[in-house]
Design a binder for this molecule. Structure first.
Ligand code: HEC
Length: 138
């Protein structure tokens, strides 16, 4: 009986893992993989990380509404998610970078939603999210 109770508890714990905040220092290293497509450009065009222009500027992305970087030509899927209220936080950004198209499909409930971001980060999403959060506080 007691054993069953403990088993039930561990099943609950596995089913809803609490989001563990990432390590910004590790995330800074992980961001090297993002640089091919993303720059981090602060206020007054200050270059924080020089990067590509395939994807939008990621300065201040945590707390920002999805698909809201001025002048960037977003895909239909992420615009649909933004209309449905998607605002980036560390948790959903970590989830997004694992598989952007799958994230948009789930978020919008539209199985045809596609992301223009073709890159998938296998691990360390929470670290890169913590890094992006730390950058904008400078
Ligand atoms: C191969 C190029 C490429 C790489 C590498 C890449 N991205 Fe992207 N990213 C994109 C593109 C393109 C978009 C625009 C997506 C769209 O419009 O559907 C995007 C969008 C995003 C967005 C949404 C931003 C917004 O304004 O709503 C976030 C967050 C993001 N990327 C984070 C990352 C992170 C973190 C990494 C590294 C782990 C990364 N990306 C690596 C191309 C890339």
């Amino acid at each position: 009986m007691k054993l069953h109770f403990l088993t039930a508890l561990s099943v609950i714990a596995l089913a809803s893992p609490a989001f563990a905040a990432g390590d910004a220092a590790k995330g800074e290293k992980t961001f090297r993989m993002c640089k091919a497509c993303h720059a981090i450009t602060g206020p007054e065009d200050k270059t924080i990380v020089r990067g590509g222009r395939v994807g939008p500027n990621l300065y201040g992305v945590i707390g920002r509404k999805a698909a809201s970087e001025p002048g960037y030509n977003y895909g239909a899927g992420i615009k649909e998610a933004a209309e449905k209220g998607l605002v980036w936080n560390e948790e959903n950004l970590a989830e997004y970078v694992k598989n952007p198209t799958e994230f948009l499909e789930k978020y919008t409930g539209d199985g045809a939603a596609r992301s223009k971001m073709t890159f998938k980060l296998r691990r360390g999403g929470e670290d890169v999210a913590a890094y992006l959060a730390s950058v904008a506080k400078q």
